[in-house]
Ligand binder design. Structure first.
Ligand code: SF4
Length: 451
């Protein structure tokens, strides 16, 4: 490792880290097996193998697209060549065999539909490794300064990520547009839906953060390519502002330091289980499966038929919920008039308040007529008089909105929830006024709510 004067290199116990390693650490048991015991992984999970196979083919296809851009040509591989790429990829990741047809279709779609941001300045599989250094001497009570330095992605002694690194990324595509000083990182995702995923967002944030270190003062954006053949869709690019990048940096540092001091390694199930090398042997997941089966309800989804079967559970469940609610409602007045609190949930009558905006408007008219009398009445408190003075100024609800900088048309359909919006609109003075004059209706509704 190169020495940096005044700084010492920090070598991490379980480094180098990456976005996916941090996500894996959400289940400490999986992390322990893979990165501490370094258990020999007998086989990839199907989902992980499918992703790896698709990525290895896409790398080749991206190279074709870039070559075509550079040479202003449109030369594409033959169908037989693509087929051989698919076979080769499945040979490398055999657990993906059941998805060969899907992988092939994804490849063909990507061949026909590269992303528009791809250019001759695009790099595929951009690999970056950063080493962490800490100030050797620093003033008492002040945290030592940390710096990051670029180091080779692969270690000298062994293949794979450089063990001296703090954080590594391998970006599917990185494009630099020098004209508009913008860097775009594109990541291929094989999920069959485009739903927002916190994990994806974090991963893209990690890429954006590293890209911002490589290209300071450039605009940094990321784009997800949903490459499942039924989707074949590029999400709208996300631009990462300075604050976002700082947040990601803090997350990375915070999580790495926490993982380095893990004392226990419990299994925590979550979305990562589908990609976990232990998903077939994990006791927690096995217990959950057994529980599902005991309840005569198998929640495992591995195919469309599974999806349909699980979706069908909702019909009787909905009916059952209605029946249980009706039963409880009938018995509530006798056995639990105040409801019952169970862990995390309250079951019983909940009082809710609604504003009757039409009656409130009428009330304001009536109150306006007696405003002068109230203001002149020596027995009335000054705070109340003040409200009547304000009422005289605004005359009605619409006038009040306007006086407070709110477009009354936006509140044309007066409903209870508008009140919340007014609270959110952060106009405490107006709320004080409204609360004094509004006509509210209280009602009770039986059901469940969070405690
Ligand atoms: S299957 Fe899920 S809960 Fe079990 S070790 Fe893997 S990630 Fe953790």
């Amino acid at each position: 490792m190169d020495a940096v004067p005044g700084y010492k290199h920090i070598k991490l116990k379980y480094g180098p880290y990456s976005a996916s390693k941090l996500l894996m650490a959400k289940c400490p048991s999986r992390f322990e097996s893979k990165f501490i015991h370094k258990d020999v992984v007998v086989g990839d999970s199907v989902a992980a193998a499918k992703g790896s196979a698709i990525h290895s083919i896409f790398e080749k296809i991206t190279a074709v697209h870039i070559k075509n851009k550079m040479e202003s040509t449109a030369v594409y591989p033959t169908a037989a060549e693509v087929e051989s790429w698919v076979s080769e990829a499945i040979g490398k990741f055999p657990a993906a065999l059941g998805h060969a047809e899907l992988i092939h279709r994804s490849a063909m779609k990507y061949m026909a539909h590269p992303n528009v941001l791809l250019s001759r300045a695009t790099t595929t599989e951009k690999k970056v490794a950063l080493a962490l250094y800490e100030e050797e001497t620093f003033i008492d009570d002040v945290a030592p300064k940390r710096i990051l330095r670029l180091i080779p992605y692969e270690g000298e002694a062994e293949r794979g990520q450089n063990p001296d690194a703090f954080f590594c990324v391998a970006m599917d595509q990185l494009s630099v547009d020098e004209e508009i000083k913008t860097v775009t990182v594109v990541d291929h995702k094989t999920t069959p839906n485009t739903r927002y995923s916190e994990e994806f967002d974090f991963q893209m944030g990690c890429y954006a953060w590293v890209a911002s270190l490589l290209y300071p003062n450039y605009k940094i954006r990321t784009q997800i390519h949903y490459c499942h053949p039924e989707l074949d869709h590029y999400a709208y690019p996300k631009t990462w502002e300075k604050d976002d990048l700082q947040w990601i940096r803090d997350q990375i540092f915070g999580q790495v330091m926490a993982i380095e001091s893990y004392q226990e390694y419990p299994a925590v199930s979550g979305s990562g289980c589908d990609y976990c090398h232990m998903s077939n042997s994990c006791t927690l997941v096995r217990k959950l499966r057994e529980q599902n089966e005991r309840a005569d309800m198998n929640l495992t989804i591995n195919s469309f038929d599974d999806y349909k079967r699980v979706a069908e559970y909702l019909v009787p469940l909905k009916k059952l919920t209605e029946m249980v609610n009706d039963k409880l409602k009938d018995a509530a007045s006798i056995y639990a008039p105040l409801g019952v609190s169970l862990p995390g949930v309250f079951i019983g009558d909940k009082v809710s308040e609604k504003v009757d905006w039409a009656d409130s408007e009428d009330k304001l008219k009536v109150e306006l007529e007696r405003a002068d009398a109230v203001i002149a009445d020596p027995t009335v408190e000054e705070a109340v008089k003040e409200k009547y003075r304000q009422l005289k100024e605004v005359k009605n609800l619409s006038g009040l909105m306007e006086a407070n900088g709110i477009d009354p048309d936006a509140y044309r359909a007066w409903k209870g929830d508008k009140l919340k919006m007014l609270y959110k609109a952060d106009r405490p003075k107006m709320m004080e006024f409204l609360n004094y004059f509004l006509v509210k209706e209280k009602s009770t509704r039986f059901g469940t709510s969070k405690n």
